[in-house]
Design a protein around this ligand. Structure first.
Ligand code: NAD
Ligand code: UDP
Length: 323
């Protein structure tokens, strides 16, 4: 276990949910920057394979642990990512999803308070719900159904934000809150049901491409490398800027446009587009206003959809036999 002195220089950084899609990229980047990384995960949606290559690194340590239980370690920074993120995963055990967001936040905030660590919360554009304001700015309070099938995630994340700001006000804890918009890239779970992975996997397997609804709903897709740069800039900002700050790519696409783009980029695919029912409370549009991130963090995304899709298609192609 990491003790209270880093044996190797750099910072001692805890990443909860570190074996998941985003967490695995974050652990890798933090190690590349010379830090010591403690990755905590209960493997609910994460995968050992995502972090297998990191286990050789002496500065990397993995701990199997559920963040709904207290954790006693000594660290300088905490990135709190533990939480299933795809609708089918977070709706599988909705009570556990709320517990992970809320109890997990309380436990990690308690840990930050004891160790005087700076703590970053991976919040979400879902706090805006099905928004009336477009694009979404941080000052918008959102339009969230408190009793629907997405509520365990949306309200859990909203409550976690409340806890972060109360720890900041009450205990002067250095906090950072980022609201992440739809992110995609290698290491996404091939069956987690999110739209980018679904469409690519369907196209590679010559299965029908399933558009929910008429495909006119929009999302703005961010490649994972851009997100990781934004996360680290936010954590390390010297002004103690707490956020909340949107981290996303403002280029907005309809879901139908995304399906057509994926098919165009996998020309050998025999898949055809089909239309299924739209899930309950599916937001009609989503686009981040990133003015605040530009101003405060000098950050904006660099990788546009086509380039990011190319890398992601390459990844799913490389694991095609497991799909
Ligand atoms: P993911 O499901 O791949 O990763 C989540 C990780 O958390 C998994 O490794 C899972 O096993 C772990 N986990 C879940 N419950 C846990 C618990 N109780 N204790 C310990 N570990 C637990 O999802 P992701 O896309 O990598 O998302 C990471 C974070 O970013 C999540 O908090 C998510 O809400 C947030 N986020 C992601 C997106 C996105 O588009 N991917 C958008 C907004 C917010
Ligand atoms: N979606 C779709 N087909 C799929 C998976 C998702 O049309 O196979 C739609 C979904 O209804 C939503 C959008 O794509 O409108 C994004 O879904 P995702 O689950 O990736 O993220 P979220 O809804 O949380 O933004």
């Amino acid at each position: 276990m990491i003790d209270n002195k880093s044996a190797y220089g750099g910072k001692k950084i805890l990443v909860t949910g570190g074996a998941g899609f985003i967490g695995s990229h974050l652990c890798r980047r933090l190690l590349e920057e010379g830090n010591e990384v403690l990755c905590v995960d209960n493997f609910f949606t994460g995968n050992k394979k995502n972090i297998l290559d990191l286990t050789e690194n002496k500065k990397f340590e993995f701990m199997r642990h559920d963040v709904t239980f207290p954790l006693y370690v000594e660290v300088d920074q905490i990135y709190n990512l533990a939480c299933p993120a795809s609708p089918i995963h977070y709706q599988f055990d909705p009570v556990q999803t709320t517990k992970t967001s809320v109890h997990g936040a309380i436990n990690m905030l308690g840990l930050a308070k004891r160790t005087k660590a700076t703590i970053l919360q991976a919040s979400t554009s879902e706090v805006y719900g099905d928004p009336e304001i477009h694009p979404q700015v941080e000052s918008y309070w959102g339009r969230v159904n408190p009793i629907g099938i997405r509520s365990c995630y949306d309200e859990g994340k909203r409550c976690a934000e409340t806890l972060f700001f109360d720890y900041w006000r009450q205990h002067k804890l250095p906090i950072r809150v980022i609201r992440i918009f739809n992110t995609y890239g290698p290491n996404m779970h091939p069956r987690d049901g999110r739209v980018v992975s679904n469409f690519i996997v369907q196209a590679l397997k010559n299965e029908d491409i399933t558009i929910y609804g008429d495909g006119s709903q929009t999302r703005s897709f961010q490649y994972v490398d851009d997100l990781i740069s934004g996360m680290i800039k936010m954590m390390d900002n010297k002004e103690n800027f707490t956020g909340p700050v949107n981290i996303g790519n403002p280029h907005e696409f309809t879901i139908k446009e995304l399906a057509e783009k994926v098919l165009k980029m996998i020309p050998e695919s025999k898949s055809r587009i089909i239309y299924n029912d739209l899930p309950q409370d599916d937001p009609k549009k989503r686009q981040p206003d990133i003015t605040l991130a530009k101003e405060k963090l000098d950050w904006e995304p660099k990788i546009q959809l086509e380039e990011g899709l190319k890398k992601t298609i390459g990844y799913f192609n490389s694991i095609k036999s497991e799909l």
